[in-house]
Design a binder for this molecule. Structure first.
Ligand code: SF4
Length: 473
């Protein structure tokens, strides 16, 4: 190292759009400095005692004891990656591809309600349960997806009862989630959810007119049915047993505040302002192109500011994209959100068991297969053990390419500790696992949202406490 910079540990830095400088340590601790403060850091003349103390505590400035600084930095870094050996806690069962909706941006290429050949057979379900318990995570979660999973409730019941009994026998913790549009929620589904503590995840894209336009179904009553389902789950099972996500489409693209008001009206405490994925029917309809880039960032930031404003009014609500970043920014943790993991969470944190027995590294990997790209298909659940699936070359290659410490652009990026690596997204949009970050919307998202979160966090005490709550601090 240049002798003049001996007072610094290895840092990365980046100028934010408002001129301030983001500085991060190797272990992912960060400071937001003015240009003058940054100059004083580089020139080793930080005179403000509280700033000096903060920079030393974060191993950005050395403490005068290089050995101690190095050891502390190494300990923090090792702690940050502590969860890696016991991953693959999320197992997605695609119990059917059938669906009675025909959403414009459907990402899984659903089939019509009558085509039962697209249901998961019992032998596939049995083998998938075997793989769940071969994974190393003590806490496992099974998420039922489709199509519309409630169209195959008997299989859900079979998996829930069988896996619960096995978890009990093996002393493993197990949770269940049904990702459903809730249009077909009935007494049987509620009873099963009550008995086994199953949670529901649904979709709300905005007020009735916007939601029903994006999610056509016979009767044009998707919103009304989802709202009734949410209300029923909240009153019969508990307010926290149902959550919803929204997908940005041309229908709701200009209306973040209207979307959030709808969530408030439904009594939901979380909103997930989510960009559309470039998969499935969405990609074919070119909707993805219309809702990407800087336009989506403006939509998102407006929505985020509105969520903060709502909290100031005394209404409790969290925004989950921000929460995923904040967990990485405020806790010494790589986070649990698959899209923001490095190395990738695809395969390491999650596996997807398709109705036909094929196993994918992530839900998006399954969607990519529906577009004809089988890159992320690891094999058949009936023929491969958990270890064999994760040892497939494409799994090893994509995990290796997803380690952002060694990726071009990412290795020198100050935001790397808060970002992730999404090989499935980059394969879909650019044809390679790592992708070329200067033209990546994934990269743009982090480069735009993280500095905004830092600015808001420093802005006032209310926002600081709110963000710490979202990060589960
Ligand atoms: S994807 Fe972009 S923001 Fe994320 S670490 Fe890489 S260069 Fe930085």
């Amino acid at each position: 190292m240049n002798e003049a910079l001996d007072h610094l540990t290895p840092i990365r830095f980046e100028r934010a759009s408002d001129g301030s400088i983001i500085v991060t340590s190797l272990a992912g601790e960060w400071a937001l400095l003015s240009a003058d403060q940054f100059d004083s850091l580089i020139e080793n003349r930080v005179n403000d005692p509280s700033l000096r103390r903060e920079l030393i505590q974060k191993q950005i400035l050395t403490s005068g004891n290089p050995k101690f600084d190095r050891q502390l930095l190494a300990t923090k870094l090792a702690y940050r990656y502590r969860g890696l050996p016991t991953m693959c806690g999320l197992h997605i069962f695609v119990v059917t591809l059938r669906c009675e909706h025909s959403c414009h941006y459907c990402q899984v290429s659903r089939r019509s309600s009558s085509k039962i050949e697209f249901d998961m057979p019992l032998d596939v379900a049995d083998k998938a349960i075997d793989r769940v318990f071969e994974s190393t995570s003590q806490n496992v979660k099974i998420e039922f997806q489709g199509g519309e999973p409630l169209l195959n409730l008997p299989l859900i019941e079979y998996v829930v009862t069988t896996a619960s009994e096995r978890a009990k026998r093996l002393n493993r913790q197990i949770d269940f989630v049904i990702a459903s549009n809730l249009a077909l929620l009935d007494d049987a589904a509620i009873d099963l959810a009550r008995t086994y503590g199953i949670a529901f995840s649904t979709s709300i894209d905005g007020p009735p007119a916007i939601h029903n336009k994006a999610r056509p179904r016979p009767g044009n009553d998707s919103f009304e049915r989802a709202a009734r389902g949410i209300q029923r789950i909240q009153s019969e099972l508990g307010i926290d047993r149902v959550s919803a996500i929204m997908t940005t489409s041309i229908n709701n693209f200009m209306s973040a505040r209207e979307v959030i008001d709808t969530y408030c009206d439904l009594g939901l405490r979380e909103v997930f302002l989510r960009q559309m994925s470039p998969f499935g029917f969405a990609a074919r309809r070119r909707q993805f192109q219309k809702t990407r880039g800087k336009g989506w960032i403006d939509f998102y930031v407006d929505g985020l500011e509105y969520v903060i404003e709502i909290n100031r009014r005394g209404i409790e609500m969290a925004e989950l994209t921000a929460a995923a970043y904040l967990r990485k920014m405020l806790r010494n943790d790589i986070g649990g959100y698959v899209d923001l993991m490095s190395p990738t969470g695809a395969g390491l944190a999650t596996l997807v068991y398709n109705y036909d027995g094929n196993v994918y590294m992530s839900d998006e990997g399954r969607m990519l297969k529906e577009m004809g790209d089988t890159t992320f298909c690891l094999g058949d659940v009936r023929e491969n053990s958990f270890d064999q699936l994760l040892s497939k070359q494409q799994c090893i290659d994509s995990v290796a390419d997803s380690f952002s410490w060694s990726a071009t652009s990412c290795s020198t990026c100050a935001l790397e500790p808060f970002c992730g690596s999404d090989p499935v997204y980059h394969q879909a949009t650019q044809g390679s696992f790592a992708g070329y970050k200067p033209i990546s919307d994934f990269c743009l998202r982090t480069k735009s949202i993280v500095p905004e979160l830092m600015r808001l966090y420093k802005q006032d005490e209310f926002t600081q406490l709110l963000f710490e709550k979202w990060a589960d601090l």
